[in-house]
Design a protein around this ligand. Structure first.
Ligand code: SAM
Length: 329
């Protein structure tokens, strides 16, 4: 078991397999020429498997594959198969924008993927084009259907709520949970990356999100859909699915944080909002063996900060210099 310097158990790795994305969501990526890293700097499959294996030996049992958009990485199903086969990995999940999911869901399931989160911020086709700038709503909805059919359950929909973007649609999203086993989570906008989108006025306070999504009955943790994160779950009366809220700014959840992140270039990022990180790629490429990698990981995890500093950034309309696509969310 691996613990950080504040005694928190770290058993969850968010693993970014690319910084590239086929969308340019207004709050996540600048529209013009994102600075994607050169291909040679991205970890190859053997390198991802070697580092993930080191995390697993140290007690990580849950891996979420993310990006960028993980489905644009060539050969992803084969990589997932290797991750699922690592001793100790009990839960393998994926975050995707869903654009390519319809054609891949069955193959991903067969490769050992347990479940999927699809990010979707609007149910209106024209608005989708304004928010995501590329892609089409229809392909994402087809991806959600394919995920349900393939049994990538529980299927969660992640909705970033922002004023002037989609705050009038929260009720429609919550209604999706009524008849289908869909789990909608509303995510508070975070000050990440120089996108020019974040401002304190854009934030939709938790109480407002909950009022819009209601009526809601609180769910005990045991009744919540499988997850290991900071979401608080509710259910509309009689609904098949659930409604959750992830409010990094409104609710301090750092005390229960169980996760670290590995970027697509092999940097271990101890905190979503941290600006530092431990480079694991250089030692790996220089021939570091399993024990040395484990020591490096343990050391970086010990240095995980007690809490993020997003509140202060938000108050000053500042943002973390890293883009979310470089971290993986
Ligand atoms: N492409 C995948 C996807 O769409 O889920 C994985 C990467 S994406 C960066 C992960 C999540 O971060 C998405 O749900 C996205 O909406 C969320 N995200 C990106 N920028 C954000 C921001 N500034 N505030 C809150 N969530 C953000």
């Amino acid at each position: 078991m691996m613990r950080d310097g504040f005694g928190r158990t770290i058993d969850y790795l968010r693993l970014s397999v690319t910084d590239r994305c086929n969308l340019r969501c207004v709050y996540c990526l600048p529209e013009a020429a994102p600075r994607f890293v050169p291909g040679a700097d991205l970890l190859g499959d053997d390198e991802v498997a070697a580092l993930a294996g080191a995390f697993a030996r140290l007690g990580v049992s849950k891996i979420r594959v993310t990006g960028g958009e993980p489905l644009v990485r060539p050969g992803l199903p084969a990589l997932l198969r290797r991750l699922r086969a690592l001793p100790g990995i009990e839960d393998l999940s994926l975050s995707t924008n869903g654009v390519l999911l319809a054609g891949l869901a069955g193959e991903l399931k067969a490769a050992g993927l347990d479940r999927v989160n699809v990010s979707l911020d609007t149910l209106e086709p024209e608005r989708f084009k304004r928010i995501a700038r590329f892609g089409a709503l229809g392909s994402v909805l087809a991806g959600v259907e394919a995920a349900l059919e393939a049994g990538l359950a529980p299927v969660k929909l992640n909705v970033v709520a922002a004023r002037g973007m989609n705050e009038d649609e929260l009720s429609d999203f919550a209604a999706l949970t009524q008849d289908r086993p869909l789990h909608v989570r509303f995510i508070e906008l975070m000050p990440m990356g120089e996108t020019g989108f974040f401002s304190p006025e854009r934030r939709v306070p938790l109480a407002e999100m909950m009022a819009a999504a209601g009526p809601l009955e609180p769910l005990a943790r045991e009744g919540s859909p499988l997850g290991h994160g900071p979401a608080r779950y509710y259910r509309r009366p009689g609904a098949a699915g659930t409604v959750g809220f992830i409010s990094a700014l409104s609710c301090g959840f750092c005390g229960a944080c169980n996760r670290v992140r590995l970027s697509s270039t092999g940097t271990l990022i101890p905190c979503l909002d941290g600006e530092d990180g431990a480079d694991l790629r250089t030692p790996l490429r220089a021939g570091a063996g399993p024990a040395e990698l484990e020591d490096l990981i343990r050391g970086a995890v010990r240095g995980k900060p007690e809490s993020h500093g997003m509140g202060a950034r938000a108050a000053s309309s500042g943002a973390n210099p890293r883009l979310m696509c470089q971290i993986g969310g």
